[in-house]
Design a binder for this molecule. Structure first.
Ligand SMILES: N[C@@H](CCC(=O)N[C@@H](CS)C(=O)NCC(=O)O)C(=O)O
Length: 227
């Protein structure tokens, strides 16, 4: 699915990415869905490349640099990268949703990125938050799992009966939550969510975006991700 091209021949968008970062995973999934070609630059969060920090000093992954003539634009939020990808190409009409579905999707993604992400971090690293036991943070996170389970009782996916943007925006975070204690997750009262997680984890799209690449250095031959 990918090939190595020489950089001087390429004007592909560049994605600075960290393989295991859930924000970068959802950006790469949206790019894969949209069949967008790009140059992948795998980053070490402990030693971020100057080229990335020059265009995005806040220093989070993912960051996308898109060339337009002599100029370029920078997208430094994963959701912006996802929407940009769908604007380029939307083969299964993911953007074609009712107003109500758009509202639900936005609410779910907001809750994921705020409350759920915060409880997830506390649950994952309880030693950093010793004020409460780990179960306390898990229970906090479960409020969102319950919402997702209810959505999945109505449809096969979060918004409708097919995978959509909200699914891939939220899936990498639920996956992280599940693997904090996979035995607990697998025996938890969220059977639809367990199926949904398994579906995404075994999807060709996920497999594709989780390929391993060496950390990027300027002297490295460019890695082009192409449809
Ligand atoms: N709101 C950002 C959040 C991105 C983010 O926080 N990424 C983490 C990695 S998963 C990061 O780069 N953290 C900075 C660091 O660890 O130095 C987005 O949606 O892209």
């Amino acid at each position: 699915m990918y090939s190595k091209l020489r950089y001087q021949y390429m004007y592909l968008p560049i994605l600075y990415s960290f393989r295991r970062c859930p924000y970068a995973i959802r950006a790469r999934m949206a790019l894969a869905y949209a069949d967008v070609s790009y140059e992948l630059r795998e980053v070490s969060l402990k030693s971020k490349p100057k080229e990335m920090l020059d265009i995005s000093p806040k220093g989070t992954t993912p960051v996308m640099q898109i060339f337009a003539g002599q100029d370029f634009i920078v997208l430094e939020e994963s959701l912006d990268i996802m929407h940009w990808a769908l604007d380029q190409n939307d083969p299964l009409n993911w953007n074609n949703l009712s107003d109500r579905s758009v509202t639900i999707a936005k609410q779910l993604i907001n809750t994921n990125d705020r409350e759920f992400k915060q409880s997830l971090d506390h649950y994952k690293y309880p030693n950093r938050f010793p004020e409460n036991p780990q179960e306390f943070y898990r229970q906090q996170a479960e409020e969102f799992l319950q919402v997702l389970e209810l959505q999945l009782q109505q449809n096969n996916f979060l918004i409708c009966d097919r995978q959509n943007l909200a699914d891939i925006a939220i899936f990498p975070f639920v996956r992280q939550f599940a693997y904090v204690n996979i035995d607990w997750f697998n025996s938890s009262p969220y059977p639809k969510l367990q199926q949904w997680l398994q579906w995404h984890e075994t999807s060709p799209m996920f497999e594709l975006v989780m390929q391993k690449f060496p950390v990027w250095t300027p002297s490295q031959t460019a890695i082009a991700i192409t449809p």
